[in-house]
Write a protein that binds this ligand. Structure first.
Ligand code: TYM
Length: 332
């Protein structure tokens, strides 16, 4: 226990708004278990963030359990780390209010995710979508996290969390740790297989654009075969070859191979061979994860017990920080 408390802390979250994609896995989830060696880790299924876009209640419920089970399948040890569901820890929304009063309207207006999502869901540009990054800052700052392992697309939100922390510390004396984003050099931004200019996303209307972590082997092969590349039929990395470069990122993440090794491996071969090899590398990683996922989901009582235990441990830490913040701002 003493050792645990001296370790630096890491926090990250993932939305249960659908099945995880290969992008979620490569950019974030695959990095979370290894961090347990060095850090005191806290990982959350952020269901409160998910409702900024309209969700079907039954699907959200199911996907929340599926998401938690996938984190465990990916090697997060709930005895060592804290795994919990965001709505089980009300301190997140309590801190979020205080932080909202220390966040500027202009800052939130500049968030690219808000701009994208409000364009995509014009019928539902709700206030939660706008204040979403404040809740995310609360998630991180509540636990004094030093590091936040995320994909490239969340960098701007973590930077906002840094600004909010600094502003609060300046106004009320040192309270929050100023967190840093941890972003992978390779795979921090996996692109759509159908449009290499757009991020791979679980909400993509074209299901061929993303690989779901629950796709079976045949589906994975089919989607990679259809992946958009170019007409040169040579495997190497280049700005002009966004599709091929994206496949190289995926292959590198799955196999640990370098660009030079990948280029040599496919020298003189066409894209057909390359795409099949990439597909197979993903299948090799996903198949055992899917088996473990199914095993964990089959014992719902045990999964609920793990999440309840996680919520209790998270609340214990969250209460301490919230009490400190309430005192500093002058709440009696
Ligand atoms: P979310 O649920 O959209 O995605 C979860 C994680 O996956 C990463 N990611 C990707 N990485 C590489 N390539 C992609 N195509 C790709 N798509 C998604 C995301 O960057 C993220 O790390 N706001 C967050 C969830 C959140 C959070 C937090 C994260 C809420 N509170 C506190 C960290 C700390 C989100 O919507 O992630």
């Amino acid at each position: 226990m003493a050792e645990l408390e001296t370790k630096k802390r890491v926090f990250s979250g993932i939305q249960p708004s659908g099945t995880f994609t290969l992008g979620n896995y490569v950019g974030a989830v695959r990095n979370w278990a290894p961090l347990q060696k060095e850090f005191d880790c806290i990982y959350s299924v952020v269901n409160m963030h998910a409702i900024t876009v309209r969700q079907q209640p039954a699907a959200l419920r199911r996907q929340t359990y599926e998401a938690a089970a996938m984190l465990l399948a990916a090697g997060i040890n709930p005895k060592q780390s804290i795994v919990f569901v965001q709505s089980h820890v009300p301190q997140h929304t309590q801190l979020s209010w205080v932080l909202a009063c220390n966040t500027m309207f202009g800052e939130l207006s500049r968030m690219t995710q808000f701009k994208d999502k409000s364009q995509k869901h014009t019928e539902n540009v709700n206030a939660g979508l706008f204040t979403y990054p404040v809740l995310m800052a609360a998630d991180i700052l509540l636990y004094g996290a030093h590091g936040v392992p995320v994909g490239e697309d969340q960098k701007q939100h973590v930077e906002l969390a840094r600004n909010i922390a600094q502003r609060f510390n300046n106004a009320y004396s040192d309270t929050f740790i100023v967190p840093e984003p941890y972003i992978q050099k390779i795979g921090g931004r996996i692109m759509s297989l159908q449009n290499p200019a757009a991020k791979m996303s679980k909400s993509d209307e074209n299901i061929n654009g993303f690989i779901s972590m629950q796709d079976d082997a045949d589906t994975i092969v089919r989607k990679f075969k259809r992946a958009v590349t170019d007409s040169e039929a040579r495997v190497y990395r280049s700005k002009e070859k966004a599709g091929v470069s994206n496949l190289m990122d995926i292959y590198a993440a799955m196999t640990g191979k370098t660009d030079a090794e990948i280029e040599a491996e496919f020298e003189g071969k066409g894209y057909g061979d390359f795409k099949l090899a990439v597909a197979q590398s993903v299948i090799d990683v996903f198949a055992p994860l899917q088996q473990e996922h199914a095993r964990i989901l089959a014992d719902k009582a045990e999964l609920e017990r793990i999440l309840e235990d996680g919520a209790q441990r998270a609340q214990h830490l969250a209460n301490k920080m919230l009490a400190k913040v309430y005192k500093k701002v002058g709440f009696v």
